[in-house]
Design a protein around this ligand. Sequence first.
Ligand code: TYD
Length: 133
Amino acid sequence: MQPGLVDIPLLSDPLGSIGVVEGDDLIPFEVKRFYFIRDVPAGATRGSHAHRNLEQLIVAVSGSVDVELDDGVTAKTYALSGPHLALQVPPGYWRTLRDFTPGSVVAVLASREYDETDYIRDYDEFLSWTRRG
Ligand code: TYD
């Protein structure tokens, strides 16, 4: 899987909207975990780590957030500007989440259960890990 944004169909009517995330194109892994991030204080940055094996799909179901993905050589920022977009994140990317709008809620589908040993939380260690291939 390459990192990138995919479109989420939104079914809207006068009573609200339903966003549907289904199928291998949108979720290219078996979901083992769902979690969400909310109540992030203004100006706060989250993430600042990489995963060795974990695949994720990130959706700003309310509000918006910017997600920077860095493969150790190149960094690219993806604007999750609303619930019509999902960001597919393969393993091996240093991610930084910033510019959460007030009240935003970010949902994450993940391919594995929580495992601290899957994290790389030191950027220099991340660079060494990427260079080892
Ligand atoms: P972390 O993944 O570092 O959050 P973020 O990247 O958004 O800043 O997780 C923060 C804390 O929450 C960390 O102590 C581990 C814990 N945590 C779990 O116990 N289970 C989970 O599924 C997640 C995502 C985090």
